[in-house]
Write a protein that binds this ligand. Structure first.
Ligand code: AYL
Length: 548
Protein backbone atom coordinates (compact mmCIF):
# COMPACT_ATOMS: atom_id res chain seq x y z
CA UNK A 1 0.00 0.00 0.00
CA UNK A 2 1.03 3.61 -0.38
CA UNK A 3 1.38 4.23 3.33
CA UNK A 4 3.61 1.19 3.73
CA UNK A 5 5.78 2.51 0.92
CA UNK A 6 5.84 5.93 2.50
CA UNK A 7 7.05 4.41 5.77
CA UNK A 8 10.00 2.98 3.88
CA UNK A 9 11.04 6.35 2.48
CA UNK A 10 13.65 7.37 4.99
CA UNK A 11 13.79 11.01 6.04
CA UNK A 12 16.26 12.70 8.26
CA UNK A 13 16.03 12.40 12.05
CA UNK A 14 17.08 16.08 12.08
CA UNK A 15 14.56 18.89 11.75
CA UNK A 16 14.33 20.46 8.32
CA UNK A 17 16.38 23.63 8.02
CA UNK A 18 15.81 26.87 6.14
CA UNK A 19 18.14 27.07 3.18
CA UNK A 20 19.20 30.67 2.51
CA UNK A 21 18.05 31.89 -0.89
CA UNK A 22 21.48 33.21 -1.85
CA UNK A 23 24.49 32.56 -4.03
CA UNK A 24 27.48 30.84 -2.44
CA UNK A 25 29.46 34.05 -2.02
CA UNK A 26 26.47 36.09 -0.77
CA UNK A 27 25.83 33.43 1.84
CA UNK A 28 29.42 32.80 2.91
CA UNK A 29 30.56 36.46 2.89
CA UNK A 30 27.75 37.29 5.30
CA UNK A 31 28.97 34.50 7.58
CA UNK A 32 32.65 35.41 7.21
CA UNK A 33 31.93 38.92 8.46
CA UNK A 34 31.64 37.40 11.93
CA UNK A 35 35.20 36.07 11.75
CA UNK A 36 37.06 38.78 9.84
CA UNK A 37 40.16 38.94 11.99
CA UNK A 38 40.70 35.18 12.31
CA UNK A 39 43.12 33.26 10.13
CA UNK A 40 41.20 31.36 7.46
CA UNK A 41 43.98 29.57 5.60
CA UNK A 42 47.68 29.02 6.12
CA UNK A 43 50.27 27.15 4.06
CA UNK A 44 51.83 24.26 6.01
CA UNK A 45 55.15 24.71 4.21
CA UNK A 46 55.66 28.48 3.93
CA UNK A 47 53.38 29.82 6.68
CA UNK A 48 51.74 32.18 4.17
CA UNK A 49 48.27 32.96 5.51
CA UNK A 50 45.04 34.89 4.96
CA UNK A 51 42.41 36.11 7.38
CA UNK A 52 38.75 35.79 6.44
CA UNK A 53 38.75 39.51 5.71
CA UNK A 54 41.72 39.16 3.36
CA UNK A 55 40.04 36.25 1.59
CA UNK A 56 37.01 38.43 1.09
CA UNK A 57 38.90 41.48 -0.21
CA UNK A 58 41.17 39.50 -2.50
CA UNK A 59 38.31 37.42 -3.87
CA UNK A 60 36.46 40.62 -4.76
CA UNK A 61 39.57 41.98 -6.48
CA UNK A 62 39.91 38.75 -8.44
CA UNK A 63 36.24 38.75 -9.41
CA UNK A 64 36.52 42.23 -10.89
CA UNK A 65 39.78 41.43 -12.65
CA UNK A 66 38.31 38.32 -14.25
CA UNK A 67 35.53 40.43 -15.72
CA UNK A 68 37.44 43.59 -16.53
CA UNK A 69 40.95 42.42 -17.45
CA UNK A 70 40.32 38.89 -18.67
CA UNK A 71 36.98 39.95 -20.21
CA UNK A 72 35.15 36.89 -18.96
CA UNK A 73 31.37 37.04 -19.06
CA UNK A 74 28.65 35.73 -16.81
CA UNK A 75 28.33 31.95 -17.20
CA UNK A 76 31.88 31.47 -18.52
CA UNK A 77 33.90 28.69 -16.94
CA UNK A 78 37.22 29.08 -15.12
CA UNK A 79 39.36 25.97 -14.63
CA UNK A 80 41.40 25.58 -11.45
CA UNK A 81 44.48 23.39 -11.76
CA UNK A 82 45.71 23.69 -8.20
CA UNK A 83 46.91 21.73 -5.21
CA UNK A 84 45.75 22.81 -1.72
CA UNK A 85 47.04 26.34 -1.25
CA UNK A 86 45.90 29.09 1.12
CA UNK A 87 44.83 30.98 -2.04
CA UNK A 88 42.50 28.17 -3.17
CA UNK A 89 39.37 29.71 -1.58
CA UNK A 90 40.12 33.01 -3.37
CA UNK A 91 40.28 31.11 -6.66
CA UNK A 92 36.81 29.70 -5.96
CA UNK A 93 35.11 32.76 -4.44
CA UNK A 94 36.50 35.19 -7.03
CA UNK A 95 34.96 33.51 -10.08
CA UNK A 96 31.73 32.69 -8.22
CA UNK A 97 31.32 36.31 -7.16
CA UNK A 98 31.82 37.30 -10.79
CA UNK A 99 28.99 34.98 -11.90
CA UNK A 100 31.41 32.50 -13.43
CA UNK A 101 31.47 28.71 -13.15
CA UNK A 102 34.38 26.93 -11.51
CA UNK A 103 35.60 23.58 -12.84
CA UNK A 104 38.23 21.91 -10.68
CA UNK A 105 40.96 19.77 -12.23
CA UNK A 106 43.17 17.30 -10.37
CA UNK A 107 46.65 18.90 -10.37
CA UNK A 108 48.21 15.44 -10.75
CA UNK A 109 46.56 14.99 -14.13
CA UNK A 110 48.66 14.59 -17.25
CA UNK A 111 48.38 17.21 -20.00
CA UNK A 112 46.13 14.80 -21.90
CA UNK A 113 43.70 14.40 -19.01
CA UNK A 114 43.66 18.15 -18.42
CA UNK A 115 42.99 18.90 -22.07
CA UNK A 116 39.93 16.63 -22.06
CA UNK A 117 38.37 18.51 -19.13
CA UNK A 118 39.26 21.91 -20.59
CA UNK A 119 37.55 20.95 -23.83
CA UNK A 120 34.51 19.33 -22.28
CA UNK A 121 33.92 22.22 -19.89
CA UNK A 122 34.72 24.90 -22.52
CA UNK A 123 36.91 26.63 -19.95
CA UNK A 124 37.72 30.26 -20.81
CA UNK A 125 40.65 30.69 -18.39
CA UNK A 126 42.92 28.60 -16.19
CA UNK A 127 44.26 29.43 -12.76
CA UNK A 128 47.33 27.42 -11.86
CA UNK A 129 50.67 27.84 -10.14
CA UNK A 130 54.18 28.30 -11.44
CA UNK A 131 55.10 24.62 -11.17
CA UNK A 132 52.08 23.53 -13.25
CA UNK A 133 52.25 26.32 -15.82
CA UNK A 134 54.09 24.19 -18.42
CA UNK A 135 51.64 21.31 -18.05
CA UNK A 136 48.75 23.74 -18.45
CA UNK A 137 50.36 25.10 -21.60
CA UNK A 138 50.83 21.59 -23.04
CA UNK A 139 47.19 20.82 -22.25
CA UNK A 140 46.11 23.92 -24.15
CA UNK A 141 48.19 22.92 -27.14
CA UNK A 142 46.61 19.45 -27.09
CA UNK A 143 43.12 20.90 -26.87
CA UNK A 144 43.92 23.52 -29.55
CA UNK A 145 42.67 26.31 -27.32
CA UNK A 146 44.04 29.74 -26.63
CA UNK A 147 42.88 30.89 -23.22
CA UNK A 148 44.65 32.96 -20.58
CA UNK A 149 46.66 31.23 -17.87
CA UNK A 150 46.61 33.05 -14.55
CA UNK A 151 49.58 31.88 -12.52
CA UNK A 152 50.13 31.94 -8.78
CA UNK A 153 53.57 32.53 -7.35
CA UNK A 154 53.55 30.36 -4.27
CA UNK A 155 57.07 31.33 -3.17
CA UNK A 156 58.84 34.66 -2.92
CA UNK A 157 61.73 33.60 -5.11
CA UNK A 158 59.66 32.38 -8.03
CA UNK A 159 59.61 34.02 -11.44
CA UNK A 160 56.47 34.21 -13.46
CA UNK A 161 56.75 32.15 -16.66
CA UNK A 162 56.51 33.97 -19.97
CA UNK A 163 52.99 34.72 -21.09
CA UNK A 164 51.49 34.10 -17.67
CA UNK A 165 49.11 36.56 -16.05
CA UNK A 166 50.13 37.35 -12.50
CA UNK A 167 47.53 36.09 -10.03
CA UNK A 168 49.25 37.97 -7.25
CA UNK A 169 48.75 41.26 -9.08
CA UNK A 170 45.11 40.50 -9.82
CA UNK A 171 44.27 39.89 -6.18
CA UNK A 172 46.32 42.77 -4.77
CA UNK A 173 44.94 45.52 -6.99
CA UNK A 174 41.49 46.93 -6.54
CA UNK A 175 39.84 47.82 -9.82
CA UNK A 176 37.52 50.70 -9.41
CA UNK A 177 34.34 49.36 -10.98
CA UNK A 178 30.98 48.77 -9.29
CA UNK A 179 30.48 45.42 -7.56
CA UNK A 180 29.17 42.76 -9.90
CA UNK A 181 25.46 42.15 -9.29
CA UNK A 182 24.91 38.71 -7.76
CA UNK A 183 23.49 36.04 -10.04
CA UNK A 184 20.65 33.69 -9.23
CA UNK A 185 21.02 30.89 -6.66
CA UNK A 186 19.89 28.58 -9.47
CA UNK A 187 22.86 29.41 -11.69
CA UNK A 188 25.51 26.72 -12.12
CA UNK A 189 28.40 27.36 -9.72
CA UNK A 190 30.70 24.35 -9.62
CA UNK A 191 31.47 21.87 -12.39
CA UNK A 192 33.44 18.98 -10.91
CA UNK A 193 33.91 15.77 -12.89
CA UNK A 194 32.54 12.33 -12.05
CA UNK A 195 31.98 9.19 -14.07
CA UNK A 196 28.72 8.45 -12.27
CA UNK A 197 27.48 4.88 -12.69
CA UNK A 198 29.05 4.24 -16.08
CA UNK A 199 31.22 5.63 -18.85
CA UNK A 200 33.68 8.50 -18.97
CA UNK A 201 34.08 11.40 -16.52
CA UNK A 202 31.27 13.91 -16.97
CA UNK A 203 30.79 17.47 -15.77
CA UNK A 204 28.46 17.56 -12.76
CA UNK A 205 26.21 20.62 -12.83
CA UNK A 206 26.02 21.92 -9.26
CA UNK A 207 24.10 25.13 -8.64
CA UNK A 208 24.74 27.73 -5.96
CA UNK A 209 21.62 26.40 -4.24
CA UNK A 210 22.97 22.82 -4.30
CA UNK A 211 26.15 23.91 -2.56
CA UNK A 212 24.57 26.35 -0.10
CA UNK A 213 22.08 23.62 0.80
CA UNK A 214 24.70 20.98 1.45
CA UNK A 215 26.93 23.36 3.39
CA UNK A 216 23.97 24.10 5.67
CA UNK A 217 22.79 20.49 5.80
CA UNK A 218 26.09 19.13 7.08
CA UNK A 219 26.34 21.88 9.71
CA UNK A 220 22.72 21.69 10.94
CA UNK A 221 21.96 21.46 14.66
CA UNK A 222 22.83 17.89 15.61
CA UNK A 223 25.50 17.53 12.95
CA UNK A 224 27.60 20.64 13.49
CA UNK A 225 30.93 19.53 14.89
CA UNK A 226 32.54 22.98 14.84
CA UNK A 227 33.07 25.46 17.67
CA UNK A 228 32.80 29.08 16.55
CA UNK A 229 36.00 31.07 17.07
CA UNK A 230 36.53 33.27 20.12
CA UNK A 231 39.51 35.23 21.39
CA UNK A 232 40.95 32.08 22.92
CA UNK A 233 39.81 29.35 20.54
CA UNK A 234 39.59 28.46 16.87
CA UNK A 235 39.02 25.08 15.24
CA UNK A 236 42.11 24.09 13.27
CA UNK A 237 41.86 21.57 10.45
CA UNK A 238 44.70 20.06 8.40
CA UNK A 239 43.54 20.52 4.80
CA UNK A 240 45.06 17.62 2.91
CA UNK A 241 42.00 16.18 1.20
CA UNK A 242 42.10 17.73 -2.24
CA UNK A 243 40.19 20.98 -2.57
CA UNK A 244 39.52 20.19 -6.23
CA UNK A 245 37.29 17.35 -5.03
CA UNK A 246 33.78 18.09 -3.80
CA UNK A 247 34.61 16.82 -0.28
CA UNK A 248 37.44 19.35 0.12
CA UNK A 249 35.29 22.07 -1.45
CA UNK A 250 32.00 21.76 0.40
CA UNK A 251 33.12 20.34 3.73
CA UNK A 252 36.58 21.92 3.69
CA UNK A 253 36.41 25.36 2.05
CA UNK A 254 32.71 26.21 2.29
CA UNK A 255 32.15 24.54 5.67
CA UNK A 256 35.19 26.29 7.17
CA UNK A 257 34.07 29.66 5.80
CA UNK A 258 30.63 29.13 7.31
CA UNK A 259 32.08 28.10 10.68
CA UNK A 260 35.17 30.28 10.92
CA UNK A 261 37.58 27.35 11.11
CA UNK A 262 41.23 27.60 10.11
CA UNK A 263 42.57 25.33 7.37
CA UNK A 264 46.25 24.42 7.37
CA UNK A 265 46.88 23.66 3.69
CA UNK A 266 49.12 20.78 2.65
CA UNK A 267 50.11 20.99 -0.99
CA UNK A 268 50.60 17.27 -1.07
CA UNK A 269 50.52 14.44 1.41
CA UNK A 270 53.79 13.23 2.81
CA UNK A 271 53.96 11.58 6.24
CA UNK A 272 56.63 14.09 7.32
CA UNK A 273 54.62 17.15 6.35
CA UNK A 274 51.40 15.84 7.86
CA UNK A 275 53.15 14.95 11.09
CA UNK A 276 54.77 18.38 11.22
CA UNK A 277 51.29 19.92 11.01
CA UNK A 278 50.08 17.70 13.86
CA UNK A 279 53.12 18.78 15.90
CA UNK A 280 52.97 22.49 15.15
CA UNK A 281 49.24 23.15 15.40
CA UNK A 282 46.67 22.22 17.98
CA UNK A 283 44.52 20.24 15.56
CA UNK A 284 40.87 20.02 16.67
CA UNK A 285 39.06 18.50 13.68
CA UNK A 286 40.20 16.09 11.00
CA UNK A 287 38.42 15.47 7.71
CA UNK A 288 39.73 12.20 6.41
CA UNK A 289 39.35 9.45 3.87
CA UNK A 290 40.13 5.84 4.85
CA UNK A 291 43.84 5.85 3.82
CA UNK A 292 44.44 8.89 6.06
CA UNK A 293 42.71 7.17 8.98
CA UNK A 294 44.96 4.15 8.44
CA UNK A 295 48.02 6.38 8.29
CA UNK A 296 47.11 8.10 11.58
CA UNK A 297 46.50 4.72 13.20
CA UNK A 298 49.46 2.80 11.89
CA UNK A 299 52.32 5.27 11.50
CA UNK A 300 54.57 5.06 14.55
CA UNK A 301 55.62 8.72 14.23
CA UNK A 302 52.02 9.83 14.72
CA UNK A 303 52.15 10.07 18.52
CA UNK A 304 49.03 9.78 20.65
CA UNK A 305 49.65 13.23 22.10
CA UNK A 306 49.41 14.84 18.64
CA UNK A 307 45.79 13.73 18.52
CA UNK A 308 44.91 14.87 22.03
CA UNK A 309 42.92 17.94 20.98
CA UNK A 310 41.14 16.27 18.08
CA UNK A 311 37.44 16.29 18.98
CA UNK A 312 36.08 14.63 15.88
CA UNK A 313 37.41 12.78 12.86
CA UNK A 314 35.10 12.33 9.90
CA UNK A 315 35.82 9.83 7.17
CA UNK A 316 34.19 9.62 3.78
CA UNK A 317 34.71 8.93 0.06
CA UNK A 318 35.36 5.19 0.48
CA UNK A 319 34.45 2.39 2.91
CA UNK A 320 36.06 2.26 6.34
CA UNK A 321 35.45 -0.90 8.38
CA UNK A 322 34.30 -0.95 12.01
CA UNK A 323 37.61 -2.55 13.00
CA UNK A 324 39.59 0.29 11.43
CA UNK A 325 37.42 2.81 13.29
CA UNK A 326 38.11 0.99 16.56
CA UNK A 327 41.85 0.81 16.02
CA UNK A 328 41.99 4.52 15.33
CA UNK A 329 40.03 5.27 18.50
CA UNK A 330 42.53 3.30 20.54
CA UNK A 331 45.16 5.76 19.39
CA UNK A 332 42.89 8.79 19.86
CA UNK A 333 40.68 7.78 22.80
CA UNK A 334 39.38 11.31 23.36
CA UNK A 335 38.09 11.79 19.85
CA UNK A 336 34.92 10.70 18.12
CA UNK A 337 34.83 9.08 14.74
CA UNK A 338 31.91 9.59 12.37
CA UNK A 339 31.56 8.54 8.75
CA UNK A 340 29.85 10.52 6.05
CA UNK A 341 28.64 9.33 2.68
CA UNK A 342 27.79 10.98 -0.56
CA UNK A 343 28.76 11.63 -4.14
CA UNK A 344 29.99 14.46 -6.32
CA UNK A 345 26.47 14.40 -7.81
CA UNK A 346 24.99 15.22 -4.37
CA UNK A 347 27.26 18.14 -3.48
CA UNK A 348 28.34 15.65 -1.79
CA UNK A 349 26.78 14.66 1.54
CA UNK A 350 23.72 12.38 1.77
CA UNK A 351 24.21 10.68 5.12
CA UNK A 352 26.34 11.49 8.13
CA UNK A 353 26.84 9.89 11.50
CA UNK A 354 26.19 12.09 14.53
CA UNK A 355 28.34 12.35 17.62
CA UNK A 356 25.26 11.25 19.58
CA UNK A 357 24.93 8.00 17.57
CA UNK A 358 28.65 7.48 18.01
CA UNK A 359 28.36 7.89 21.78
CA UNK A 360 25.49 5.43 21.88
CA UNK A 361 27.58 2.94 19.91
CA UNK A 362 24.90 2.76 17.24
CA UNK A 363 26.97 4.31 14.48
CA UNK A 364 29.89 1.89 14.35
CA UNK A 365 30.84 0.94 10.80
CA UNK A 366 27.85 2.86 9.45
CA UNK A 367 27.53 5.87 7.17
CA UNK A 368 25.08 7.39 9.68
CA UNK A 369 21.69 8.89 8.97
CA UNK A 370 20.11 11.07 6.33
CA UNK A 371 21.00 14.78 6.44
CA UNK A 372 18.05 17.22 6.78
CA UNK A 373 15.73 18.21 3.91
CA UNK A 374 16.55 14.92 2.19
CA UNK A 375 14.59 11.77 1.37
CA UNK A 376 16.09 8.41 0.57
CA UNK A 377 14.95 4.90 -0.24
CA UNK A 378 16.49 1.54 -1.02
CA UNK A 379 15.17 -0.19 -4.13
CA UNK A 380 15.68 -3.78 -5.28
CA UNK A 381 18.37 -3.89 -7.97
CA UNK A 382 16.91 -2.86 -11.35
CA UNK A 383 13.35 -2.74 -10.01
CA UNK A 384 11.66 -0.36 -12.46
CA UNK A 385 8.76 0.31 -10.07
CA UNK A 386 11.09 2.01 -7.59
CA UNK A 387 9.24 0.41 -4.65
CA UNK A 388 11.04 1.25 -1.40
CA UNK A 389 12.42 -1.70 0.54
CA UNK A 390 12.01 -2.12 4.29
CA UNK A 391 14.66 -2.22 7.02
CA UNK A 392 17.56 -4.65 6.61
CA UNK A 393 16.65 -5.36 2.98
CA UNK A 394 19.50 -4.83 0.61
CA UNK A 395 19.07 -2.57 -2.41
CA UNK A 396 20.27 0.43 -4.38
CA UNK A 397 20.17 3.75 -2.54
CA UNK A 398 18.15 6.54 -4.20
CA UNK A 399 18.12 10.18 -3.08
CA UNK A 400 15.93 13.28 -3.35
CA UNK A 401 17.03 16.61 -1.91
CA UNK A 402 18.21 20.16 -2.59
CA UNK A 403 21.81 18.96 -2.88
CA UNK A 404 21.15 16.70 -5.90
CA UNK A 405 22.80 17.93 -9.10
CA UNK A 406 20.94 19.52 -12.01
CA UNK A 407 22.41 16.88 -14.34
CA UNK A 408 25.52 16.13 -16.37
CA UNK A 409 26.95 18.89 -18.55
CA UNK A 410 25.93 18.37 -22.20
CA UNK A 411 24.83 14.76 -21.56
CA UNK A 412 21.04 14.50 -21.70
CA UNK A 413 21.04 10.72 -22.06
CA UNK A 414 23.30 10.10 -19.06
CA UNK A 415 21.35 12.68 -17.06
CA UNK A 416 18.10 10.83 -17.81
CA UNK A 417 19.62 7.50 -16.76
CA UNK A 418 20.86 8.96 -13.49
CA UNK A 419 17.30 9.48 -12.26
CA UNK A 420 14.25 7.28 -11.72
CA UNK A 421 11.00 9.25 -11.35
CA UNK A 422 12.87 12.22 -9.92
CA UNK A 423 15.00 10.10 -7.58
CA UNK A 424 18.76 10.19 -8.06
CA UNK A 425 20.30 6.73 -8.40
CA UNK A 426 23.54 6.44 -6.45
CA UNK A 427 24.69 3.08 -7.83
CA UNK A 428 25.57 2.10 -4.25
CA UNK A 429 24.22 -0.99 -2.52
CA UNK A 430 23.23 -1.13 1.14
CA UNK A 431 20.41 -1.04 3.69
CA UNK A 432 19.13 0.75 6.78
CA UNK A 433 18.47 -0.83 10.15
CA UNK A 434 15.82 -0.48 12.85
CA UNK A 435 17.45 2.78 14.06
CA UNK A 436 17.36 4.17 10.51
CA UNK A 437 21.12 3.96 10.45
CA UNK A 438 22.57 3.32 6.98
CA UNK A 439 25.16 0.76 5.92
CA UNK A 440 26.83 0.38 2.53
CA UNK A 441 27.76 -3.10 1.42
CA UNK A 442 28.82 -2.85 -2.22
CA UNK A 443 29.01 -0.71 -5.32
CA UNK A 444 26.71 -1.65 -8.20
CA UNK A 445 28.24 0.85 -10.60
CA UNK A 446 31.47 0.22 -12.46
CA UNK A 447 33.34 3.07 -10.71
CA UNK A 448 36.67 2.14 -9.08
CA UNK A 449 37.86 4.05 -6.00
CA UNK A 450 41.59 4.28 -5.35
CA UNK A 451 42.33 6.06 -2.06
CA UNK A 452 38.91 7.68 -2.39
CA UNK A 453 39.70 9.01 -5.89
CA UNK A 454 37.48 8.10 -8.80
CA UNK A 455 38.85 5.89 -11.54
CA UNK A 456 36.52 5.29 -14.49
CA UNK A 457 37.14 1.85 -16.04
CA UNK A 458 35.83 3.11 -19.39
CA UNK A 459 38.57 5.75 -19.51
CA UNK A 460 41.34 3.22 -18.92
CA UNK A 461 39.77 0.76 -21.37
CA UNK A 462 39.79 3.41 -24.10
CA UNK A 463 43.48 4.08 -23.49
CA UNK A 464 44.40 0.39 -23.37
CA UNK A 465 42.47 -0.41 -26.55
CA UNK A 466 44.51 2.27 -28.31
CA UNK A 467 47.71 0.36 -27.53
CA UNK A 468 48.96 -1.24 -30.74
CA UNK A 469 49.11 -4.85 -29.50
CA UNK A 470 45.68 -4.84 -27.86
CA UNK A 471 42.49 -6.16 -29.44
CA UNK A 472 40.10 -5.68 -26.51
CA UNK A 473 40.25 -4.82 -22.83
CA UNK A 474 38.25 -4.55 -19.62
CA UNK A 475 39.20 -2.92 -16.33
CA UNK A 476 37.89 -3.68 -12.85
CA UNK A 477 38.86 -2.67 -9.31
CA UNK A 478 40.39 -5.31 -7.06
CA UNK A 479 40.59 -5.00 -3.26
CA UNK A 480 43.72 -3.55 -1.66
CA UNK A 481 44.37 -3.05 2.06
CA UNK A 482 45.82 0.44 1.87
CA UNK A 483 44.27 1.92 -1.27
CA UNK A 484 40.82 0.36 -0.99
CA UNK A 485 40.92 -0.76 -4.61
CA UNK A 486 43.41 -0.88 -7.48
CA UNK A 487 42.67 -0.94 -11.22
CA UNK A 488 43.32 -4.29 -12.90
CA UNK A 489 43.15 -4.88 -16.66
CA UNK A 490 42.01 -7.94 -18.60
CA UNK A 491 43.51 -7.78 -22.05
CA UNK A 492 42.98 -9.65 -25.31
CA UNK A 493 46.12 -9.32 -27.47
CA UNK A 494 45.91 -8.80 -31.24
CA UNK A 495 46.60 -11.96 -33.25
CA UNK A 496 50.29 -12.32 -34.04
CA UNK A 497 51.26 -9.30 -31.94
CA UNK A 498 53.31 -10.13 -28.86
CA UNK A 499 52.09 -8.17 -25.85
CA UNK A 500 54.56 -7.36 -23.10
CA UNK A 501 52.66 -6.53 -19.93
CA UNK A 502 55.34 -4.13 -18.75
CA UNK A 503 55.08 -2.15 -22.01
CA UNK A 504 51.35 -1.73 -21.49
CA UNK A 505 51.80 -0.67 -17.85
CA UNK A 506 54.30 1.98 -18.94
CA UNK A 507 52.13 3.14 -21.83
CA UNK A 508 49.18 3.71 -19.51
CA UNK A 509 51.41 5.31 -16.85
CA UNK A 510 52.42 8.05 -19.32
CA UNK A 511 48.82 8.95 -20.04
CA UNK A 512 47.14 9.06 -16.65
CA UNK A 513 47.58 10.38 -13.12
CA UNK A 514 49.48 8.03 -10.76
CA UNK A 515 46.42 6.74 -8.89
CA UNK A 516 44.81 5.53 -12.15
CA UNK A 517 47.75 3.33 -13.11
CA UNK A 518 47.31 -0.43 -13.50
CA UNK A 519 48.72 -1.34 -10.09
CA UNK A 520 46.19 -4.15 -9.68
CA UNK A 521 47.97 -6.05 -12.45
CA UNK A 522 47.28 -7.19 -15.98
CA UNK A 523 45.90 -10.53 -17.07
CA UNK A 524 45.98 -11.80 -20.64
CA UNK A 525 42.69 -13.48 -21.63
CA UNK A 526 41.18 -14.98 -24.79
CA UNK A 527 38.00 -12.93 -24.66
CA UNK A 528 36.25 -10.29 -22.55
CA UNK A 529 32.96 -11.57 -21.10
CA UNK A 530 30.10 -9.46 -22.50
CA UNK A 531 26.33 -9.64 -22.65
CA UNK A 532 24.33 -9.73 -25.89
CA UNK A 533 24.32 -5.93 -26.06
CA UNK A 534 28.13 -5.85 -25.85
CA UNK A 535 28.25 -4.62 -22.26
CA UNK A 536 31.25 -5.85 -20.28
CA UNK A 537 30.25 -8.29 -17.54
CA UNK A 538 32.48 -6.89 -14.82
CA UNK A 539 30.95 -9.02 -12.09
CA UNK A 540 32.21 -12.12 -13.90
CA UNK A 541 35.74 -10.72 -13.97
CA UNK A 542 35.53 -9.83 -10.28
CA UNK A 543 34.38 -13.35 -9.41
CA UNK A 544 37.16 -14.81 -11.53
CA UNK A 545 39.66 -12.66 -9.63
CA UNK A 546 38.25 -13.54 -6.21
CA UNK A 547 38.39 -17.27 -7.00
CA UNK A 548 41.98 -17.16 -8.24
P1 AYL B 1 32.76 10.72 -5.26
N1 AYL B 1 31.63 4.52 2.47
C1 AYL B 1 31.67 3.80 1.33
N2 AYL B 1 31.69 4.33 0.11
C2 AYL B 1 31.63 5.66 0.01
C3 AYL B 1 31.56 6.49 1.15
C4 AYL B 1 31.57 5.86 2.44
N3 AYL B 1 31.54 6.56 3.57
N4 AYL B 1 31.51 7.76 0.72
C5 AYL B 1 31.53 7.73 -0.62
N5 AYL B 1 31.63 6.46 -1.07
C6 AYL B 1 31.71 5.99 -2.45
O1 AYL B 1 31.85 11.24 -6.30
C7 AYL B 1 30.35 5.59 -2.98
O2 AYL B 1 30.50 4.49 -3.86
O3 AYL B 1 32.31 11.48 -3.95
C8 AYL B 1 29.91 6.81 -3.74
O4 AYL B 1 28.96 6.54 -4.76
O5 AYL B 1 34.22 10.83 -5.48
C9 AYL B 1 31.21 7.30 -4.32
O6 AYL B 1 32.16 7.06 -3.27
C10 AYL B 1 31.16 8.75 -4.70
O7 AYL B 1 32.45 9.19 -5.00
C11 AYL B 1 31.31 13.01 3.34
C12 AYL B 1 32.64 13.02 3.03
C13 AYL B 1 30.86 12.35 1.08
C14 AYL B 1 33.07 12.71 1.77
C15 AYL B 1 32.20 12.38 0.78
C16 AYL B 1 32.83 12.04 -0.48
C17 AYL B 1 32.03 11.97 -1.71
C18 AYL B 1 32.85 11.22 -2.75
C19 AYL B 1 30.41 12.67 2.35
O8 AYL B 1 30.89 13.33 4.59
Amino acid sequence: TNSQEDVNIIRSPHNDIDIPNATITEFLYSRMENYHKYTATVCAETGRSYTFEQLRIKSRNLSKALRKILKLEKGDTVALLLPNLPEFPICVFGPLEAGLIVTTINPLYTAEEISRQLLDSSAKAIITLVSSHETAKSALILSKRKIPIVTIKSREDQNLPQGAISFNELIDNTINIPDIPPGSPDDIAILPYSSGTTGLPKGVLLTHRNIVSNTCQVTCPGLDISIKPTDSYQDIIPAVLPMFHIYGLTVGIFGSAKNGSRQVCLRRFTPELYISVLKNYKITLIYAAPPLVLFLTLHSDVKMEYLEHVRVVTSGAAPLGALDEERFLQKAPKSKMVQGYGLTETSPVVTMCTVKLFDQGKGTGSIGQVVPNTETKFVAIDDPTGKPLGPNQSGELLVKGPQVMRGYHNRPEETKNAFQNGWFRTGDLGHYNEHQVFFLTDRLKELIKVRGFQVAPAELEEIIRDFSAVEDAAVIGVPDDINGELPRAYVVPKKGKPLKEQDLVEYVAKKVAPYKQLKGGIEIVDAIPKNAAGKILRRQLKLKYMKA
